[in-house]
Ligand binder design. Structure first.
Ligand code: CO8
Length: 371
């Protein structure tokens, strides 16, 4: 068995950004148009009037202040209310592969080795823009990597499930280095007309290179990885290839992201905190001595609570890194952005935790130590 390290990470950030104020302005204009357009049905009690959104609610309930998006003009246009991303021909690099490649190139440059030394590509994200061929294989080809690639989807936990998969390939000798890519175009499956969730997500791509320890210089020892899933309907997206076989269901709200946010909050916080503490104990790590938590970035109150339960005290901003104020929830990429942005101050022997959680429910823990 070979030990594995996180050798490098990379980040792609879209050029366009939307603040809460801009998003709320568009949403409230949409609500006004909707309520006027359907005034008769609303007056007759056949339809409910929509209520406006508010910046104050968003910041207090989630901690989110802005988000990056692949397309801004559609998202802030009350007559459109979704990103506008033109379809590309089969001869062009697809948009999801493009942002995955950009993040991967950043990681490869930081790694300082040639892409030919990578043996496998895992594209792990909460949605794929098509069924096949796999995004991972397109990314593999664009980077000139031999070996194999495949897609996997574990919603917001996709990155940690991808890192665990990569570490297992390293352990068994199936690969010397694995590229895990998380291209998250969440704006494509977010319902910008839904007051409860229109503010939650943002677009981004991250990449992680996992390598055999005995050939790596520097990086982070992976001390342990653990995955957990428990079925729940509280976060769901029913979009899929069978939709067309159920006529009339195509435009329904559940074909985009839907959730019971309160229930998710209540159920996921204890599940994740217990998982972290139990995994740390099994590895002989004192969780209260962890230098840093790089948690999934869904909601600041969730991260505060998990941080408190794991560290046994109110975590400082350095101990519990928050990037969701700038990026919003970027699904699987969130904990990797946090790690990518805030690790330079670690010295050899210091330990931290990458942890993601989300739909499924699913959760993954990856304890790492600076080499
Ligand atoms: N503006 C003003 N008021 C609002 C708004 C709004 N936009 N939305 C709701 N309200 C009102 C409600 O009507 C309610 O009013 P009242 O009390 O009078 O009934 C009040 O505000 C409180 O509403 P909520 O109970 O819904 O608000 P919460 O405090 O629970 O906050 C959150 C809502 C922020 C959603 C919170 O519950 C939360 O963050 N929960 C955790 C969610 C989470 O972590 N989900 C993980 C999802 S990630 C994942 O795994 C999905 C992967 C797939 C990616 C999908 C990409 C699209």
């Amino acid at each position: 068995m070979h030990a594995a390290v996180i050798a490098a990470t990379g980040l792609f950030t879209p050029a366009e950004r939307v603040t809460n104020a801009e998003l709320v302005e568009a949403f409230n204009a949409f609500v006004e148009i909707h309520n006027v357009r359907h005034a008769d049905a609303i007056a007759a009690g056949e339809m409910e009037a929509l209520a406006p959104s508010s910046v104050e609610f968003i910041e207090k309930a989630s901690g989110i202040k802005s988000r990056y998006v692949m397309n801004r003009s559609g998202v802030v246009d009350p007559e459109v209310m979704h990103p506008l991303i033109p379809e590309r021909s089969n001869d062009e690099l697809s948009v999801m592969a493009e942002i995955g490649v950009a993040a991967a190139k950043d990681a490869i440059a930081r790694w300082g080795k040639d892409a030919s030394q990578i043996d496998a590509v895992v594209c792990a994200a909460s949605n794929m823009q098509r069924a096949y061929p796999a995004m991972a294989i397109e990314i593999q080809q664009a980077l000139g990597i031999e070996g194999f690639g495949f897609d996997m989807n574990v919603a917001c936990s996709s990155a940690t499930f991808g890192i665990k998969t990569a570490a297992d390939y390293i352990a068994t000798g199936s690969a010397r280095a694995v590229l895990v890519v998380n291209p998250e175009i969440t704006s494509g499956h977010l319902n910008f007309c839904d007051r409860d969730s229109h503010f939650i997500f943002g677009d981004v791509a991250t990449a992680v290179i996992v390598e055999r320890a005995d050939q790596a210089t520097g990086g982070w020892d992976i001390l342990g990885t653990r995955l957990k899933t428990v079925f729940s309907n509280n976060i769901r997206n029913n979009f899929g290839f069978l939709n067309r076989t159920a006529p009339g269901s195509e435009g329904a709200a559940d074909k985009l992201f839907v959730q019971e946010g309160r229930k998710v909050f209540r159920e996921v916080v204890p599940m994740v905190a217990e998982m972290i503490v139990a995994h740390a104990a099994d590895l002989g790590i004192d969780p209260t001595a962890l230098k840093r938590l790089w948690l999934h970035q869904a909601n600041i109150n969730m991260n505060d609570l998990i941080g408190r339960r794991v560290l046994g005290r109110d975590p400082t901003p350095e101990e519990n890194v928050i990037i969701l104020d700038e990026f919003a929830n970027t699904s699987s990429a969130g904990s990797i952005i946090a790690f990518h942005r805030a690790h330079e101050d670690f010295t050899s022997g210091e330990t931290g935790l990458i942890c993601s959680f989300g739909a499924g429910y699913s959760a993954g823990t990856v304890f790492v130590r600076r080499r």
